[in-house]
Write a protein that binds this ligand. Structure first.
Ligand code: IPE
Ligand code: IPE
Ligand code: MG
Length: 249
């Protein structure tokens, strides 16, 4: 027991800064259960989750992580009660509006990935604004997956390639993985190498199907509002303890 404790204490300081994941994906799950446990409305869980998010992004940026993609609203989340959808959208709106202030000095570059057509005009305008305001930053790139679905993203890429074929710019037999990658919302970004999901669920729920092909997955039992910078560090340690082979030996 004591040795276990000492070993744990020691590993806390042993993140190998030369082998950090380049791109972390986070399925921020468990806000509703967090609120329920406290007898609070689900909205309180989402609010607490948004606070968690700020701290985690700041920590990742400070550590020198280059890309983080956070799952904020899936293409399936429209199925929730309208009041919850509205609340999530208003939280996301606030996040984007305040990002300039709260993440100022943090050097975070914010982007939204997902299908924008279904979002309100106001939200689309704000996304554009926040993306432009933060585009020349040099720190971590934060992709907010908003009305995002991995399948939708691949359909979107297929349509783009279809247009190129129709325009005579591409032959179907010449389509490569690279062509698909270049038409994903994450074009020009590295694949996700560490995927974290909180709340104990062990599924992808349509998150970054293409980009997680060889990601190391770390499932954490804590609910998202309870996930702390120290938990992120532990996930990175777990990642560094895995033997990655990419199909080789
Ligand atoms: C994750 O928390 C946040 C979103 C999906 C937007 P949930 O709202 O899914 O929380 P649980 O899974 O019901 O506890
Ligand atoms: C995934 O969580 C989506 C986000 C975290 C935004 P869900 O709570 O929607 O996923 P399921 O329904 O448990 O698969
Ligand atoms: Mg959930």
């Amino acid at each position: 027991m004591l040795f276990d404790f000492l070993r744990r204490k020691k590993t806390e300081h042993e993140i190998d800064m030369s082998r950090l994941p380049q791109h972390i994906g986070v399925i921020m799950d468990g806000n509703g259960r967090w609120a329920k446990k406290r007898g609070l409305p689900r909205s309180a869980g989402h609010k607490a989750g948004a606070e968690s998010l700020k701290k985690i992004v700041t920590e990742a940026n400070n550590m020198g992580i280059k890309y983080i993609t956070v799952y904020a609203f899936s293409t399936e989340n429209w199925k929730r009660p309208q009041a919850e959808v509205d609340y999530l959208m208003s939280l996301l709106m606030d996040y984007l509006v305040n990002a300039e202030k709260t993440l100022a000095g943090e050097n975070v570059r914010i982007r939204a990935i997902g299908s924008r057509a279904e979002l309100s005009e106001e939200m689309r305008r704000q996304i554009k604004k926040t993306e432009e305001l933060t585009s020349n930053r040099t720190g971590i790139v934060m992709n907010i997956a908003l009305n995002y679905g991995g399948r939708e993203e691949i359909v979107h890429a297929a349509r783009e390639l279809g247009k190129q074929i129709k325009a005579g710019m591409l032959e179907p037999e010449n389509i490569t993985e690279r062509d698909i990658e270049e038409n994903l919302y994450t074009a020009n970004q590295p694949d996700v190498d560490l995927l974290i999901r909180t709340s104990g669920e062990q599924r992808l729920s349509n998150f970054m199907l293409w980009q997680v092909s060889y990601a190391e997955m770390v499932f954490v039992n804590k609910l998202w509002p309870d996930f702390k910078p120290q938990d992120l560090r532990e996930c990175i340690l777990a990642f560094q303890g895995r033997g990655r082979r990419f199909g080789g030996i």
